[in-house]
Design a protein around this ligand. Sequence first.
Ligand code: GLC
Length: 434
Amino acid sequence: MAAAVCIVLLSLLLGSCTRPPVREPVTLTLLEEWTTKTFNEGRQQELQQFSQETGIKVKLLPSPESAKEKLALWQELLRSGASGPDVYGIDVIWTRILNEYFIDLKPYFAHEISLQFPAITASYTVDNKLVAVAYRADMGLLFYRTDLLRQYGYREPPRTWDELEVMAARIQAGERAAGKREFWGFVWQGGATEALTCNALEWQASEGGGQIIENDKTISVNNPHAIRAWQRAARWVGSISPRTVGGYVEADALNVWIAGAAFMRNWPTAYVDSQAAGSPIRNKFDITPLPGGKAGRVGTLGGAGLAVSRFSAHPREAVELVRYLSRRDVQMKRARMLSVPPTLPELYDAPEVLEPNPGFALLRQAFRTGIVSRPSNVTGKKYPDVSEAYVQAVHSVLTGEKGAPEAAAALENELVRITGFKKGPPHGDQRTRE
Ligand code: GLC
């Protein structure tokens, strides 16, 4: 028996030495977490170029719209253990939720990741395992109308939430008096989705109200700074922000901003539609870090990476696809064409990136010192429940259904129930330090 196995193996070995290998073209499947029409078109072009370079074909799978449904689908596919998609796009907050289903990419990308923003690489790493390679960086930013600021006598965009409120109210009143009845001061994402976690974390972290759950597992959300930050946002609803803001996701805020608003909180990718040919605000806006409070100015870290399934039948080719999609020149083109922020600090000095997105110049520093992370690392698989509970609590304050102190106290208890962690005060300044 052993001899037979040896003969078979030997003949395979010899066969492969003498005959040129006949290789069937491999087709990979890619499941992408981020899907907008513009981005999908760009991605198809990237995949064609990849196929031309490597001979490997890629099928881009459709994915559901909401983040919650996406995560549920990813989990279902991966839990089934079937070969399924080879490469998965994952939101930065999913690293620990899906870790066990993906191969360690560290051996293949040691050099590449040494060139990325350290905080970004860290958020895709679990116990020294690189779960995914980041291909787009993201952080919450303030978009503002340069023409209107000038017209209303403001030299600079707001540095604090107080300043933003005053400016937004004045510009809104002025524009409405001039006949723009639908004009708004400030639009953001108040709908009960993951985007509200990102917005509300920015309000509270900038006021010293903590990160909901601190890195040392302290549940800190029930504190006066966080409560005041939520109360402030509740006052925006129906004054400087539309009543319907409590239903907004990113695309809704973007539509209202393009139609007429002084300020918008959104991700840098909102740049491309704001600046599109035919956009009424083309060349009339800029970006700046979000306003701050007592603890400084912060934007929530977002973004996505690419991971290779443990069940892939073609891991070698899958790694090549990840390498290609995170490659410097591909990220540069994506930044140029689609305003997708690169994960490589060096690209924020590249004229090719800055020429179509001049505002991106500030992002290099902001990604180093101005980001706050959601508590996804510290809560791991429980993060979706933690975030959902937080969203429901904040949303009930925005709609006026509950008072902020009451909502924060109930949330604190619920987070204890979900995580088993202890209650305590926030640990001061949440900004990333290098
Ligand atoms: C953006 C971010 C992502 C975040 C999502 C929330 O896509 O990159 O991290 O979870 O928005 O809507």
